[in-house]
Ligand binder design. Sequence first.
Ligand code: BGP
Length: 470
Amino acid sequence: MKHKQIKPFPDNFLWGASTSAYQVEGAWNEDGKGPSVIDMRDNYPAGTTDFKVASDHYHRYKEDIALFAEMGLKAYRFSIAWTRIYPNGTGERNEKGIEFYHHLINELMKYNIEPIVTMYHFDLPYALQQQGGWSNRATIDAFEQYAKTLFECFGDRVKYWLTINEQNMMILHGDAIGTVDPNLENPKKALYQQNHHMFVAQAKAMILCHKMLPNAKIGPAPNIVSIYPASSKPEDILAADNYAAIRNWLYLDAAVYGRYHPIAWSYLEEKGYEPIIEDGDMEILASAKPDFIAFNYYTSQTVAASNGDESDIGHTGDQHITVGEPGVYKGVANPNLKKNEFGWEIDPVGFRTTCREIYSRYNLPLLVTENGLGAFDKLEDGDVVNDFYRIDFLRDHIKQLQLAITDGVEIFGYCPWSAIDLISTHQGCSKRYGFIYVNRTEDDLKDLRRIRKQSFYWYKEVIASNGSKL
Ligand code: BGP
């Protein structure tokens, strides 16, 4: 649709930026923090750093938040490390960990920056993982107890809560994140059982949040992207529909409607992956309602009809992530899209389409919790980082966001990834996303000093003009 007039961004639009605890904080074993599955990971790609020091935000949060305030951020989306609050996932609380987040949230309040809290961003407590992790129903109770503690401690200041970051990526690519044992006899069946337990845990957290904090809002935060058919061939369109059900709607239907999406369920049955659902589980899912949908968007995906064999499994962009499943859909590249330095396709129009699709299906306000460009930024003489490619990427996406708003989609915030440079989930710290450069390399921590990139000054103007100066 070509509009004669483009609508402005709403007043009070939450211009923000995002991080997650294990990628930015460091201090991995300080002040009583317990180890998470990420801390215990031993599959770092050669030459990339671990997460032990990261961007040292734990010790430098005041300086970082002062920079966020200078950039004009209206919101900051960060995650709380479960293992700082409960070092063993459950049991004894760690007051020092709670204190850290009190300080961090108070610092945000000082500058009128709205805290948006992710409760769980990939970093499951290792102690829980040793007892089966999400395969064990006891993890549901541990999550509920953790949620209760978060609401009790921080609910007086935090209005926006996100339950689980990218549950769909943990299930589809669990091996990349380290939440499933690849030696299991049927790892996929185990993953879908974990998935079911996460659905129940998420529903319980939403119910509890509404009970304890009637003025707060809570929602899921999956990675949702438009799925394109490779051509107008009906078989390709059907394959895209399959993948959309398995990748996107399975997760949002469970969160919003409290049901298993019928096509996704028939896929689970067909493959023998269907989870055990205990009495009462579906009632819990059905009685939990999110207030909004948060989602992460990096790029669309394209699929074709399945060949019915292993040749279906392809790389659509990122070499770490395979897409395709025999008999269901085949992952293919989209020849219409350019790629970034890491092979990820760049698709701003797909961002608009994704917003429209989600809103049309669920009719709930949307919050963008991740979108951004990973690149090998270069620090030049005089502490300059000319990341004009990042500005182009973000500008193109914000324009499409505004078009989605003009199309009638209700969107109340945009939090690109990432507020400051941090460690990529599987590609080290040379893959940078931030508005603020952190002076370190994979193997040399240098002085970790903070340097404003060109995109910092640009985003500051965008926020100051409420998106009218792009
Ligand atoms: C999302 C995660 C983030 C972040 C981002 C960028 O999947 O929620 O934690 O890592 O992707 O991905 P990467 O770090 O692999 O470039």
